[in-house]
Design a protein around this ligand. Structure first.
Ligand SMILES: [Fe+2]
Ligand SMILES: [Fe+2]
Length: 157
């Protein structure tokens, strides 16, 4: 079994472990789809109209991510999960945007690790796919931070 050390978390990943971690990522993508489907429709108030439209775009991009990650899990010989991470709800617009931003931060942190782990395993095409997803996740962070009127959080450890 080929083993490689990832540079950031220090975790030794095998292809099996990488598939497990990608299934965690897939659960986060499902969570994001659900959150954006709901929040984009229930966000009320003139000041939130622009971000509500952006959240609708995010929802579709998260579905694309879920499809890409699912394909990569299948490529690694594992079964893609069907379970989302829990989705928080609130009637407060700022809370909803905050939950989304927290989730995006977690997602960005994980995909940065995943790229290192893929490269350590010599899975360069997989790393490239995740880089494309990561670019959109960082855009989501920017959209949400801008709507909240805050700086984009630095999620590097
Ligand atoms: Fe995503
Ligand atoms: Fe996202």
């Amino acid at each position: 079994m080929a083993k490689a050390k990832s540079s950031s978390s220090g975790e030794t990943v095998t292809r099996e472990r990488l598939a497990e971690l990608l299934n965690e990522d897939l659960s986060r993508e499902y969570q994001a789809i659900i959150a954006y489907v709901v929040y984009s429709q229930v966000l009320k108030g003139a000041e939130y109209m622009d971000i509500a439209d952006q959240l609708e775009i995010h929802a579709k991009q998260e579905l694309d991510h879920a499809l890409m990650i699912s394909r990569q899990i299948d490529y690694l010989g594992a079964m893609p999960t069907v379970t989302p991470k829990p989705v928080k709800t609130s009637k407060n617009a700022k809370d909803m945007l905050r939950f989304d931003l927290d989730n995006e931060n977690e997602t960005v942190r994980n995909y940065r690790d995943r790229i290192r782990q893929c490269e350590a395993l010599g899975e360069f095409a997989l790393a490239e796919q995740i880089r494309k997803i990561l670019m959109q996740e960082q855009d989501h962070q920017i959209d949400l931070a801008t709507a909240l009127g805050i700086e984009v959080p630095n999620v590097n450890k």
